[in-house]
Design a protein around this ligand. Sequence first.
Ligand SMILES: [Ca+2]
Length: 114
Amino acid sequence: MDKSSCNALGAFLVEIFDQATNDFIVEMARKHNHHVIWLGGNDRAQTGQWIWANSGIAVSTFDDWAAGQPDTGSSTEHCMELNIDRFNSHWNDDQCAHNQRFICQTYADEEFIG
Ligand SMILES: [Ca+2]
C-alpha cells in the first residue's frame, strides 16, 4: 500500500479546510499511533503554490504548517504531511517518495447518510 492506494479505494488523500477537521485528523493519527502521515496537499505543479490535489483548491483559507514550513527542503519537498512528533502535530512538506502512512477521504453517499 502507498498513498496512491486511496484511488484504488475510490477515495483520495484527505483534504483539510478547517480547524475542526484538522483536529479530527490529528486525533485519528494519534489514536492509531501513526506519527507521520501524508495529507492531500502538494506543490508539484508549481513550487510554493500548494493545492489540495483532489479538489484543486488552493491551500489558502486554512493551513496548519509548522513554524518555518513549508521550506521546500532544497526544492525536493513537494508533498504535505502531518508530523506528530517532529513538528508537534503540524504540517510539513517532505519528499513525495517517502513511504509512510496516509489517510484517505471519501464522500458519504446519500443513501448512507439518508
Ligand atoms: Ca519541510
